[in-house]
Ligand binder design. Structure first.
Ligand SMILES: [Zn+2]
Length: 393
């Protein structure tokens, strides 16, 4: 598994690396001070793909021991017993390069090389797969358009659906247009970057009709969508405290999937507050205090080891809170805006203590394409801006 994660690391590098480049130095001194308290919140659900590798093998072994050949075949997961009888079915593949995403063809190539099988490939030869905790499943129905060539080492596989014919008469919020596109099995080239803007398609060409500083509202059918006049998001730290944005949208390493992220410099152990209400979708706690990626300075091998909380909002978007030292919420828990989620830290690929937040699509794994969002306190926050939280009870 270790070597597999290195590949994922490479893929993540593009987005997360500098991510945090600007954050480190200014606030670095606070580093270890509060680190000890990090343990209290260790309620994470365990890592992404690395930790539970033993689970599947154990199950397979049990089935085999009972002597029920059929059951063993069905379980199919006795990857551990390499010296099984010659007519034993090939083992089910573990995650080869972390969570993915994988075009089915990439997964099939890996499986062939390793002499194992991936049941989720059945009937999904051109779709997008993921692998979580060594379980394979379909991430997205690509209608057969997921393309993979052996030369693409990066795990940035995606569907290549045809461009949608124009279906907008007046004005559609990008996020609403995306839903319609999914229904039609096509894609709109401006998305997800313009999920929060108003789209139209004069002359059949998809275009942005209006940039919405605070995102857009999907109106009921028959009414044109419009820009939002107030933001649903408030700053992710204590009411009345002031922090500096050390890295804004499209600056430093906030590119690619991270392009609409914000970094705020703060010492390890600072309270992290929900920017918007929602439900805890996922927590990851691969780096408890004392582990290699708990408090590092720019170590790329830690890219998949950031402690994170994800909160799913009512519109289906997800708030990602990254580099934490402690987590104080559980999956499925409802949180209100301003509720504590955990403590900030310096875990994963980070260059110094800070909090990285982004609002992203719910793509089925922990790190997805970010989408634009603004804070109610100040819609113009960028690197170097000091901002005071009004995320008050
Ligand atoms: Zn960042």
């Amino acid at each position: 598994m270790r070597h597999a994660l290195v590949f994922l690391t490479l893929a993540l590098a593009a987005a997360c690396s500098s991510d945090d480049g600007g954050a480190g130095d200014a606030v670095g001194g606070a580093g270890g001070v509060v680190g000890g308290s990090g343990g209290s919140g260790g309620s994470g659900t365990g890592g992404s793909g690395a930790a539970p590798a033993g689970g599947a093998a154990g199950a397979g072994g049990a089935a085999g021991a009972s002597g029920a050949a059929g059951a063993a075949g069905a379980a199919g997961s006795d990857a551990g017993s390499s010296d099984a009888s010659p007519d034993a079915p090939p083992p089910v593949c573990k995650c080869v390069k972390g969570e993915g995403p994988y075009c089915a063809a990439r997964a099939a190539a890996e499986a062939k090389q390793k002499g194992c099988v991936i049941p989720a490939l059945e009937g999904h030869a051109g779709d997008l797969l993921k692998c979580e905790n060594d379980k394979w499943s379909v991430l997205e129905d690509c209608k057969g358009t997921c393309k993979y060539t052996a030369s693409s080492a990066k795990l940035d596989d995606h569907c290549e659906l045809p461009i949608c014919d124009c279906f907008v008469q007046v004005a559609w919020c990008g996020s609403g247009a995306a839903k319609e596109a999914a229904k039609k099995g096509c894609q709109i080239p401006l998305l997800p970057e313009h999920d929060g803007d108003i789209l139209y398609c004069p002359g059949g060409k998809w275009s942005v009709k209006q940039d919405c500083a605070l995102g857009c509202v999907e109106a009921p059918t028959g009414t044109p969508d419009s820009c939002k006049s107030t933001s649903s998001y408030k700053l992710p730290f204590d009411c009345n405290s002031t922090r500096s944005c050390t890295n804004g949208n499209h600056t430093n390493t906030h590119t690619g999937k991270d392009e609409y992220a914000y970094d705020f410099g703060m010492p390890i152990g600072t309270s992290v507050r929900a920017m918007r209400s929602g439900t805890v979708l996922r927590t990851r706690y691969p780096s408890p205090p004392g582990s290699a990626c708990y408090n590092t300075i720019g170590s790329s091998s830690c890219a998949n080891y950031a402690n994170t909380v994800e909160v799913k909002h009512s519109d289906g978007t997800v708030g990602l809170y990254m580099h934490l030292s402690a987590i104080s919420v559980k999956v499925g828990q409802a949180v209100n805006q301003g509720d504590p989620l955990g403590k900030s830290g310096n875990s994963g690929w980070s260059f110094g203590p800070h909090l990285h937040v982004q609002v992203q699509q719910n793509c089925g794994i922990w790190w997805c394409q970010s989408i634009p969002f603004k804070f109610a306190e100040d819609s113009t926050i960028s690197a170097g801006t000091a901002v005071k939280s009004q995320n008050c009870p």
